[in-house]
Design a protein around this ligand. Structure first.
Ligand code: E4P
Length: 220
């Protein structure tokens, strides 16, 4: 399973990229709004900050409700950074979003169908040619459903039906989500920087480092 980072914060993206485990970035209107920056400018900054990843998702704005409007916005987004091949158009899981997905896929543009909460939605998105489908597990857990189970079912469906779309486990809230979606067959988990940090930590690792340092010092 690959790691994407789920943020529009440039410092966090740069820090995660430096570690060397990042394969992509996802953003959404809420994450961009939090940064208080111009959307297109931030996407360009992100593309330049992470040249060796496979994908940077830029979502069409909430103003784009029809397929035509989504395609018009996507046509502007794909020009950013001189037509960067990593730009991935994130589209909502609606009938119009699917129509835009099919159109953009035929044009050779990478797509990410987002806000997926059922297996059937994932099947539709895959059939519309989505490069990526994004089930939101945390938001399902929030309403007492099982987000990881959804990811597992989508993975099984894509295997049985031989569908090529990659599953991005999204709305990841903690390290246990990461372990469980990896075991469930997600191709990618997109995770906030805080969770990336948490993944690297264990109290016994810290204690071990301290003990090595103390023993080393006492031997001098
Ligand atoms: C994914 O692409 C979304 O940006 C994200 O994972 C949503 O997560 P949230 O439910 O924590 O807002």
């Amino acid at each position: 399973m690959k790691f994407f980072i789920d943020t529009a914060n440039l410092d966090e993206i740069k820090k995660a990229y430096k570690i060397g485990v990042l394969s992509g970035v996802t953003t959404n209107p809420s994450l961009v709004a939090k940064e208080g920056v111009k959307f297109e400018d931030r996407i360009e900054e992100i593309l330049n900050a992470v040249p060796e990843v496979e994908s940077v998702s830029a979502e069409v704005t909430p103003n784009a409700l029809t397929a035509e409007q989504m395609i018009a916005e996507a046509n502007e987004l794909i020009k950013i950074n001189g037509g960067d091949k990593n730009i991935t158009i994130k589209l909502p899981m609606t009938l119009d979003g699917l129509e835009a997905c099919r159109y953009l896929t035929k044009k050779g543009v990478k797509t990410n169908v987002t806000l997926i909460f059922t297996v059937n939605q994932a099947l539709l998105a895959a059939r519309a040619g989505a490069t990526y489908v994004s089930p939101f597990l945390g938001r399902l857990d929030d309403i007492s459903e099982d987000g990881v189970q959804l990811v597992a079912k989508i993975a099984e469906l894509f295997r049985v039906q031989k569908l090529d779309s990659q599953i991005i486990a999204a709305s990841v809230r903690h390290p246990d989500h990461v372990t469980r979606v990896a075991l469930a067959g997600a191709h990618i988990a997109t995770i906030p920087f805080k969770v990336i940090e948490q993944l690297s930590k264990h109290p016994l690792t810290d204690q071990g480092i301290e003990k090595f340092a103390a023993d080393w010092k006492s031997a001098l």
